[in-house]
Design a protein around this ligand. Structure first.
Ligand SMILES: Cc1cc2nc3c(=O)[nH]c(=O)nc-3n(C[C@H](O)[C@H](O)[C@H](O)COP(=O)(O)OP(=O)(O)OC[C@H]3O[C@@H](n4cnc5c(N)ncnc54)[C@H](O)[C@@H]3O)c2cc1C
Length: 365
């Protein structure tokens, strides 16, 4: 495995006490600090750092196995130093691996290649992007998309500053929404995302409705979690927003997996054909005119299912509107007694609140 390196030096009066304070702070946050006063060795989860002091001068070296590791350690060190001595912001300049990168390793620009209408209310957008390999795994299927304002011709994407810290656009400049990838073709450099086109369209839905080749958004990730592959029996539940996740789970689980998947949609025109080699039965639930997020279709369906009583291992997965999420989560935990590792129940959206408003609202479930 290749090891990557980067280094920076700076001069400041009283450098020893600044470095001591930073190391103490990092130690209190789980970083292992060893070595002598004038040569500290710091072990982070993602890499290793060294700080050597000579008179008023400090030399920092960072090594890690990945660019992400380099970035994390570099940023952690610099941001703490700046916290203790703000003037260092302009004095620290890193050189070495990863320093020529304009954008953080976790960030990717996506350019619209094409769009397809999957159902009346689901728009598939095919994007071109580079380095999509990390989006091809099954474990992490979610990403954060960054939508600039439509009139913004020169969006301010997150970028790495010479001192190793990352500059973010103000929150009102880029809207951030979570989505799930539907297909990734690493060789072709394409990634498909299925966007639900909903009423009161926010930045995500509005972008998908008007997307045309050449439009650009930002992406970070991947993250989140899907489902373990080794259970005997699964119960899956979700609305239109969760179809990409449920489709991915159904496509990936082994043939021996059994269970049931409930998918709530507006009506039969919103049903999609989903591939699976498993023995999981798919049941479509129709709102038949009711607004999304107002029915109890998913919690009621989930409650009516008989769980296996033959000692089979189980896993429950749900992604849906907040009210249904709360009910399903409470049912699985309190009434079914599912333990940690036996369920993943997630609120995907909240009726009457944009994602920005949801982030500022406590989960009262
Ligand atoms: C981990 C995760 C993965 C997700 N994956 C996907 C995905 O692959 N595809 C997808 O389409 N969505 C997905 N979602 C849901 C999506 O992030 C939300 O629906 C988000 O609110 C959409 O942003 P927006 O800008 O369109 O609307 P916002 O600005 O967030 O909201 C504007 C208004 O629209 C309402 N609203 C939001 N979503 C819906 C909806 N689905 N139906 C009806 N009204 C709605 C809100 O209540 C609000 O009143 C995912 C969410 C999470 C947490």
């Amino acid at each position: 495995m290749t090891t990557l390196f980067t280094e920076a030096c700076f001069e400041v009066a009283g450098v020893q006490s600044i470095v001591d304070e930073v190391c103490e702070h990092l130690r209190s946050h789980g970083v292992v600090v060893a070595g002598a006063d004038q040569h500290k060795v710091l072990t982070f989860d993602d890499g290793r750092g060294e700080i050597a002091i000579n008179a008023d001068r400090a030399t920092m070296k960072v090594e890690a196995q990945t660019l992400t590791g380099i970035e994390i350690v570099r940023e952690e060190l610099t941001s703490q130093l700046i916290e203790y001595h703000p003037q260092l912001a302009d004095r620290i300049i890193w050189s070495g691996d990863g320093c020529e990168q304009r954008y953080p390793a976790w960030f990717c620009l996506l350019t619209v290649a094409d769009t397809f209408r999957v159902t009346p209310h689901v728009q598939r957008v095919r994007f071109h992007g580079s380095d999509l390999g990390r989006y091809s795994g099954f474990a992490d299927i979610h990403m954060r998309l960054m939508f600039p304002r439509p009139e913004d011709r020169n969006p301010q994407w997150p970028h790495v500053k010479p001192n190793g810290t990352i500059s973010y656009a103000p929150r009102d400049v880029l809207a951030i929404r979570e989505y799930t990838y539907r297909h990734v073709d690493v060789a072709a450099g394409t990634l498909d995302i299925d966007f639900v086109l909903h009423e009161e369209a926010g930045p995500g839905s509005a972008f998908a409705a008007r997307a045309k080749p050449g439009d650009v958004i930002g992406m970070s990730g991947p993250g989140g979690y899907s489902a373990p592959l080794d259970r005997d029996w699964y119960i899956l539940a979700g609305d239109e927003t969760a179809i990409p996740a449920i489709a991915g789970i159904l496509e990936t689980l082994p043939a021996a997996a059994r269970g049931i998947a409930f998918i709530e949609v507006a009506d039969a025109t919103e049903e999609q054909s989903l591939d699976t080699k498993t023995g999981i039965t798919i049941r479509w639930l129709h709102r038949n005119g009711a607004a999304p997020g107002t029915t109890k279709l998913l919690p009621d369906a989930v409650r009516a299912v008989e769980f296996p009583s033959d000692g089979s291992s189980v896993f429950a997965w749900a992604g849906c509107e907040f009210s249904a999420f709360k009910e399903i989560r409470s049912y699985m935990r309190k009434e079914r007694g599912l333990k940690k590792g036996e369920s993943l129940i997630v609120s995907y959206w909240r009726r009457g609140k944009s994602e920005d408003e949801v982030r500022g609202t406590p989960d009262d479930g």
